[in-house]
Write a new protein. Structure first.
Length: 148
């Protein structure tokens, strides 16, 4: 999170991103070892999927920093392949969705955004992407958002 009171930002913690890179390299090493030993194709496929998935998640955590940024003029949302600058006038809703899965309650931040061509975009960010509780982030966004 940034220290400037008028601008706030949230992203995946650096330690988590580093751990993801380490796991992606280990999965790639596992794949190379399986292929070199002529192991069964199912194991190689599993190792390949793990290496690609972890690599993409680590790349996203590296490139899309900060994941969400907010200030008086609006918000910026970054993903692996795109970045959106959205003025507050085009942020239709900021809400927290709470759900119960596997006996645990979790929450995600949902942002209803409108692009310049008035197409709608729903952005969903969880605790791993924000590095903070989505409920706290929603509260801070509402404080930064100008009165309508």
């Amino acid at each position: 999170m940034s220290d400037h009171p008028e601008r706030r930002s949230w992203s995946t913690p650096g330690g988590v991103v580093a751990a993801l890179w380490v796991l992606a390299v280990l999965a790639l090493g596992w794949l190379v070892l399986l292929v070199a030993r002529g192991a069964d194709p199912t194991g190689a496929l599993l190792a390949g999927v793990a290496a690609v998935g972890l690599g993409l998640y680590a790349a996203s955590g590296t490139k899309a920093r900060p994941r969400l940024e907010a200030g008086p003029e609006g918000i910026v949302v970054r993903r692996l392949t795109w970045t959106r600058h959205v003025p507050w006038s085009r942020v239709d809703d900021v809400r927290v969705l709470r759900m119960r899965r596997f006996g645990r309650e979790s929450s995600v931040l949902e942002l209803d955004l409108r692009d310049v061509d008035d197409s709608e975009r729903l952005v969903v960010l969880g605790r791993p992407e924000l590095g903070s509780d989505p409920e706290d982030v929603a509260e801070e966004l509402e404080l930064l958002r100008p009165l309508r």
